[in-house]
Design a protein around this ligand. Sequence first.
Ligand SMILES: Cc1cc2nc3c(=O)[nH]c(=O)nc-3n(C[C@H](O)[C@H](O)[C@H](O)COP(=O)(O)OP(=O)(O)OC[C@H]3O[C@@H](n4cnc5c(N)ncnc54)[C@H](O)[C@@H]3O)c2cc1C
Length: 486
Amino acid sequence: MHKITKATLALHDLGRCLIAERHLSAIRIISRGLVCAQHGDDYKKNEVYDVIISGGGMVGSAMACSLGMDPNLEGKKILLLEAGNKKVMDEVPDTYSTRVSSISPGSATLLSGIGAWEQITKMRCKPYKKMQVWDACSDALITFDKENLQDEMAYIVENDIVVAALTKQLDSLSENVQVKYRSKVVKYTWPMPHQAAESIPWVQVTLANGETIQTKLLIGADGPNSMVRRNLGIPTVKWNYDQSAVVAVLHLSEPTENNVAWQRFLPTGPIAMLPLSDTESSLVWSTSHRLAEELLELDEESFVDAINSAFWSNENQSELIETAGSVFRGALSAIMPFAGSPRQLPPSVAGIGPKSRVMFPLGMGHASEYIRHRVALIGDAAHRVHPLAGQGVNLGFGDVACLTQLLSQAAFNGKDLGAIQHLLEYETERQRHNLPMMAAIDLMKRLYSTNSCSCLCVRWWFLQKLDMYPPPKSRMPTVLLVLEYK
Ligand SMILES: Cc1cc2nc3c(=O)[nH]c(=O)nc-3n(C[C@H](O)[C@H](O)[C@H](O)COP(=O)(O)OP(=O)(O)OC[C@H]3O[C@@H](n4cnc5c(N)ncnc54)[C@H](O)[C@@H]3O)c2cc1C
């Protein structure tokens, strides 16, 4: 029943975004921003910005750079507020950080356009050309690659390096973008959506040090527990998965070219090994909370054994699926002798980086509205996904590209940046992109979290079919493992 309710809500979201949006605009414009404003004349004394971005993680920092570099926004007052310290990196540390992201070529293009990608590649970044995904319960396998194996499929980059590169770029944009670190927002006061005597004109932001500032447009980039989203009372479909991700830096048994990302679906959840260098990879092992806790408690040798066995062991293979599979494969290979990819073997692991084992509870969340009067949500503040498809921050960078383009156009046309018309366009465009992707990721998580025979068959068929028919595979938006935002 619980699942049905969630699914209904998710479908409601999807439907909401697909209905003829423009016809609904008028109603939505009126209905947004109905959170009560507090007022007084104090606001008149406070500094007014054109745009304030709340939250300087990977997505908020990229947003600040992107706005700061846009020629149409020159002269606008832009401020980035980050609760944490400034993340400078004078030298790249010898050891790898445990938090890494798979950055799609689309995101790399965005980061390149805002001057951060060059910094990232100078610091540390590992491209990979192929991804092999296979099921622990059968022989089914799919290989994702670019047709000619010349181009990179995606890049593994440490999150700290992405933020450090963006921070450096923000330093060089200090004339266009002001940044306040260690500046936690503790209160927001919202204006009314229509002219009212008792309404303040702009969004009012109060910092922990007592300072109050105002903005014509607030961009909430404050992560999955977004205070902006919660304070506005934006309805959010969310649930915690019964899983946590254990991450660690892995030392490989021997040096290899290491240009393949590996992911195996175990009955308890997916385990992924992402390349960092010729000798190191990054582990993202999504599993039950109980097993995750046990994995953290293991001594290093047993932990390494558990990883190797998770990638190599055949103990979960189902005889029934195997038999059905080999009959199907036999029939297919008779008609398509060259179908399917050759199976490669993942590298074996010899050790882990010191103190690199950490776990994160996993969940999914989607704000049914990305905007309100003078407010837009981006990144995890608007949507949070399971890491199995490596899409979280890529979706966020897609938000940045879309919102920048619409704000730039608004500025060019001399429009108010906080006006709801172009914010609605942002919401429509991004929800149309993000929702199907999120639904596919959630479906994938559910399909691979069961041992029921019918699901095993669907899984086997799904991977096998995708691997044998290259055209759908290279048009992956239909599935989820595409690593590009459109
Ligand atoms: C195990 C794991 C693996 C993942 N792997 C991938 C991957 O391979 N590829 C991928 O694309 N994604 C991946 N993701 C998802 C990705 O990490 C997130 O989508 C991304 O970090 C979200 O960035 P963000 O800037 O939106 O939010 P956050 O990183 O949460 O940043 C929010 C920022 O806001 C600041 N903040 C919060 N509240 C306030 C306040 N009141 N005032 C001021 N500042 C505030 C915080 O200090 C923080 O810096 C993974 C996630 C996990 C858990």
